[in-house]
Design a protein around this ligand. Structure first.
Ligand SMILES: Cc1ncc(COP(=O)(O)O)c(C=O)c1O
Length: 449
């Protein structure tokens, strides 16, 4: 059981005010705040222990190298990986997935080969595969979600055909918050001889992992979502795949010998870590993971379940009215309002609706993401939403009321008028597009704290 007040006190930023109100941070899905232990470790690394790693023969370099290299073992422990040489340190999930695309997929895949993806992937797990489509003629095979937003593992497995060379799938979608049964997919794909890349950017934040049991070939994490510094991260690559990969970037650290007409490479994982790494950020990530393991990932997961039930209880009566043509605009409006009330939430556009008839507007659903600190924040979010509803209503006039995004205590979620939403989004009201939702500027509260 988590002591929530103690955990809150670990995060210095939560004691500040925004717009004269206590900070409510609901944007951990985008990037998490940092506990004091991480901030202190970063400060110490720069003030007392800084030097480059792997190459100095002096005290500071030895300390920095020791601390930096120890993180590999911490990540392996955090992810349930027995052999830490399968952990490649990098700047985050985007680099990790791109590395797989360039180091493993580019030399292996040919025109007509297939990569199976779900429609609710992050762009970091889509665009590198589009590069292969553009440059190699690789075919992207999309698996759709169910109407309730879940992903049927069986459908992913059924999508694997004789030309499938890779399945690239999220463990926890940033788009819908859907958890995917990646273990079932990995085991089935393995039996068919098809490697699986799991995007663990969000999955690893919310539950304990055992990659050796999961059976994936690649598993990407990103440090800044794990309460560590931005610019830190790692990817797990199974030994068999490491043996098949050619280096991604060339430079220092990844070589054994360099001559005028030849070069030999270091053994993995160093073979895939060119140049001076994010030394201090990585040391900070190690401290963040120790912090999470100290809290207990199972405790965090249990607390998030309680928060989720609490939030759904508080928000379940929400009634959202969405007139034609105002979808994306009002969603953003609402977030601006929440921000004014001291809450940091996030607007998200997503292409999951591509090819679907009905667009959807603002909706309240189980939070996509979570961590350990929301129970004080959620009432404030609910308060901001309710305040917004009251203000809009009291603004007067049938027109104003018709445009209002309402919240009331009864009636459930009122669905938006799809056609208008579509038109609105099509005109460029949304900020970003995604293959699953290309028409929809749908605001989502990632209730992530
Ligand atoms: C599911 C998922 N995958 C990948 C990423 C990319 O992570 P990064 O930008 O840290 O590389 C994100 C970031 O939001 C994400 O949510």
């Amino acid at each position: 059981m988590l002591d929530v007040n103690r955990v809150r006190a670990d995060f210095p930023i939560l004691s500040r005010e925004v717009n004269g109100k206590p900070l409510v941070y609901l944007d951990n899905g985008a990037s998490a705040q940092k506990p004091r232990v991480v901030i202190d470790a970063v400060t110490r690394a720069y003030t007392e222990e800084y030097a480059n790693v792997h190459r100095g023969l002096h005290t500071l370099s030895n300390i920095a190298t020791e601390k930096y290299e120890a993180v590999r073992g911490i990540i392996a422990r955090f992810l349930g990986v027995a052999d830490e040489r399968q952990i490649i340190l990098n700047s985050g999930a985007t680099e990790g997935i791109n590395m797989v695309a360039y180091s493993w997929a580019m030399p292996h895949l040919e025109a007509g080969d297939e990569i199976v993806l779900s429609v609710m992937e992050h762009h970091a797990n889509i665009v590198p595969w589009h590069f292969l489509r553009e440059r190699r003629g690789v075919v992207l095979k999309w698996v759709d979600t169910e109407p309730d937003g879940s992903l049927d593992a069986g459908k992913v497995i059924d999508a694997i055909g004789p030309r499938t060379r890779l399945v690239a799938i999220t463990q926890l979608s940033n788009v819908l918050g859907t958890r995917v049964d990646v273990r079932t997919i990995c085991h089935a794909a393995r039996a068919l001889g098809v490697p699986v890349l799991v995007d663990g950017s969000r999955g690893a934040v919310h539950s304990a992992q055992n990659l050796d049991d999961m059976g994936c070939d690649f598993y990407a994490i990103t440090g800044h979502k794990l309460y560590g510094p931005s610019g830190s991260g790692a990817i797990f690559v199974r030994n068999e795949r490491l043996a098949e990969m050619r280096p991604f970037m060339g430079g220092g650290d990844m070589i054994r010998e360099v001559h005028k007409d030849s070069v030999t490479y270091a053994d993995p994982p160093m073979k895939f870590e060119a140049g001076t790494p994010a030394i201090v950020q990585t040391i900070g990530l190690g401290v963040a993971l120790e912090y999470l393991m100290g809290l207990g990932m199972d405790n965090i997961a249990a607390h998030e379940d309680r928060l989720c039930d609490y939030a759904m209880g508080r928000l379940s009566g929400a009634q959202l009215a969405q007139p034609a043509g105002h979808g994306a605009r009002q969603g953003r409006d609402l977030l601006v309002h929440a921000r004014w009330r001291g809450a940091c939430a996030r607007h998200l556009d997503h292409p999951r609706q591509e090819g679907r008839g009905g667009a959807r507007g603002p909706s309240l659903r189980r939070p996509a993401d979570g961590s350990s600190r929301a129970h004080r924040h959620l009432p404030r979010l609910a308060g901001a939403l309710q305040h917004r509803g009251r203000n809009r209503h009291s603004g007067g006039g049938a027109g104003a009321r018709a445009r209002a995004l309402r919240l009331s205590g009864a009636g459930g979620i009122r669905r938006p008028i799809g056609a208008g939403m579509r038109r609105d989004c099509g005109q460029g009201a949304s900020t970003r597009q995604h293959p699953a939702n290309s028409c929809c500027g749908r605001p989502q509260f990632l209730a992530t704290t």
